[in-house]
Write a protein that binds this ligand. Structure first.
Ligand code: GCB
Length: 592
């Protein structure tokens, strides 16, 4: 479903705010059939975990319930009425009154239900949403409910960021006309100074389509009739990294000559291409600077927040970053819209993180059970990832800021079995979007000799921790190891290479005159070491530091109240390295 919007033909009510909240409980079966017990209220959008002081809520495994009353406007009679959840992490069930109207698995993509049959304009209804935080080997990302010796259940997973859950994004009630715009696909091309906007519109119901393209001043620059076609924009103003420009496509659905629906979409005209070892945006070599990020703040967890959105982008601009990766899951749609408007380049990543049993084993010293097996990443997990890729590309395909899909973070690509699992996923992504390059972020166990996936992708992204997990405290050896490895990748594949993770945990305020891991100086020196190497490799097209900000993790002996590899603290104060990056990235700009 297209992102809901309010136009002359569409009504939109935001259902964010305080909802009644309760944990699932054996003594309250079918909680959607009545008012939730107790007095707890949860904020939407927000993860529920850190809102309450009760450990039983934070550590709860399974379903929780959100509930509120909703009144349908009288004026919506005759329209289709839809409830849309921007996400429910990780599984959602939506009830209108006693009726189940939607079920969705996958915590970071939207879903909707047509509830016209269940509601009456002018009347109120009870909206109940169940959300489960459970991860299994067949969810993306995977996880496991384990029972400890005391009989207590715990949820384990192979990614380090905390498993925040709940309604972390907005919930909407929408009215949509019978004849309406169901989907739009935009592909842009450039021919000299002329922009070509290929559009294709799907309608619900029988009708005709007419489209108008306006520039930022509101002047019509092109128009057309028909469900698909190409709009020609003379003297096109391109969407450029650091210099966004958005046209607006107005799509009108008509029936019997009358306007039935209007939907508007921002359009950035730009091209993306990988040529040899270069990553080209609008035909010009682009060098990525920036971060792997997280959706993570105190109290809200993964809850979307416009204030943090604005502030994070301000900090990225201040530091000279031109891009970020949505590590390790699709972010709230508002984030991409903001990037579109502000010329920030996005590598859009799936939630396929932790598909690698060796990562946990590497830390425990144990032998890892195989990642690609009936017990772990099996056919059902692959089908879940395929569905997730479909939902991600359907949701984000029209954002000019999105220049590449990252299909997985740190899977076991050193395992030959990874190929059979990922080859169909790569084919699917190429079929769904033939216009954008594909990548994956390769784990440190995968090197040019044992990796089984690199040839399937357009850009090789590496996550490397020389000087941290490998040779901690010894940056001289780290520099040698890094350079040797990067040259091997470059020589073997001749594809663009970039670093999507490098960094060091750093306690803000800790200092030393020596090479001491955890100090601010060490973070600065480690990054400088990497930068010297990057600057010596011609195939190198980008550097994204791990991480933009400190973030919450599950409990672990190598984590001090979370992962501290942020260039900013969790409350967004710069560590010393921020000024070093600011100098380097401001000089680089968009091309090196
Ligand atoms: C990685 C992961 C990232 C972790 C990071 C770390 O390789 O991709 O999610 O947070 O290492 O700091 O350990």
């Amino acid at each position: 479903m297209l992102k809901p919007q309010s136009t002359a033909t569409r009504g939109l009510i935001n259902l964010d705010g305080l909802w009644r909240f309760a944990l699932d409980a054996a003594d309250n079966p079918q909680p959607w059939t009545r008012r939730l017990p107790g007095r707890l209220e949860a904020a939407v959008p927000a993860s529920y975990n850190d809102l309450f002081t009760d450990a039983a809520i934070r550590d709860h495994i399974g379903w929780v319930w959100y509930q509120r009353e909703v009144e349908v406007p009288l004026g919506w009679a005759g329209e289709r009425i839809v409830v849309r959840l921007d996400s429910a992490t990780h599984e959602g069930r939506v009830y209108v009154g006693d009726a189940l109207v939607a079920e969705h698995v996958g915590g970071y993509t939207p879903f909707a239900a047509d509830i016209t049959e269940h509601v009456t304009p002018g009347e109120r209804f009870r909206l109940t949403v169940g959300v489960s935080n459970v991860l299994t080997n067949e969810t993306i990302p995977p996880g496991k409910v384990a029972v400890g010796m005391s009989g207590k259940e715990s949820l384990t997973y192979l990614h380090d960021f905390y498993n925040y859950a709940g309604l972390a994004r907005s919930v909407w009630l929408c009215s949509v006309p019978e004849v309406s715009v169901d989907d739009v696909t935009i592909v842009t091309r450039v021919d000299g100074g002329t922009g070509l906007v290929d559009y294709s519109v799907d309608l619900t119901g029988e009708g005709e389509v007419s489209v108008v393209l306006r520039d930022e001043e509101g002047e019509v620059v092109a128009s057309a009739e028909g469900a698909s076609g190409t709009l020609t924009v003379d003297a096109v103003h391109l969407w450029q990294p650091g210099a966004a420009y958005l046209y607006e496509l107005e799509i009108e659905a008509l029936a019997d000559g009358d306007t039935r629906d209007i939907y508007r979409l921002p359009v950035g005209v730009r091209t993306v291409e990988v040529k040899g070892a270069e990553f080209l945006i609008n035909g010009e070599p682009f060098y990525f600077t920036g971060f792997g990020k997280h959706e993570d703040t105190a109290v809200r967890g993964k809850g979307h927040d416009d204030a943090y959105l604005v502030h994070d982008f301000q900090l990225m601009e201040w530091i000279g970053a031109n891009s970020f990766r949505t590590s390790h899951y699709p972010y709230a749609e508002e984030v991409y819209e903001f990037a579109d408007r502000h010329g920030i380049v996005v590598i859009d990543e799936t939630a396929a993180v932790g598909l690698n049993n060796e990562v946990a084993a590497g830390l425990t010293g144990q032998q890892a059970p195989p990642t690609f097996s009936d017990e772990a990443c099996n056919d059902a997990s692959q089908a879940a990832l395929a569905q997730h890729v479909r939902e991600l590309i359907a949701r984000d395909k029209n954002h000019p800021s999105v220049v590449m899909w990252c299909l997985t973070n740190e899977t076991a690509s050193n395992d030959p079995a990874s190929r059979a699992y990922f080859e169909p996923i790569v084919e699917l992504a190429r079929e769904l979007d033939p216009t954008r390059p594909l990548t994956y972020a390769a784990v440190m166990f995968a090197n040019p000799d044992n990796d089984n996936l690199a040839d399937l992708f357009d850009v090789i992204c590496l996550n490397r921790y020389y000087g941290w997990y490998v040779t901690p405290g010894d940056l001289g050896t780290a520099e040698n190891f890094l350079e040797r490895e990067l040259r091997m990748w470059a020589d073997k594949y001749g594809k663009p290479l970039m670093m999507t993770e490098y960094g060091a945990d750093t306690m803000s305020g800790m200092h030393s005159v020596w090479d001491q891991p955890w100090t601010e100086e060490y973070q600065d020196d480690l990054l400088a070491t990497y930068h010297r190497v990057f600057d010596r490799i011609p195939e190198f097209v980008g550097e994204q530091v791990w991480n933009f900000a400190d973030f919450q993790t599950s409990i672990g002996i190598h984590r001090v109240d979370g992962n501290k590899k942020g260039v900013f603290t969790r409350d967004r104060r710069p560590k010393s390295v921020a000024r070093t990056l600011r100098k380097r990235w401001s000089e680089i700009g968009t091309t090196k």
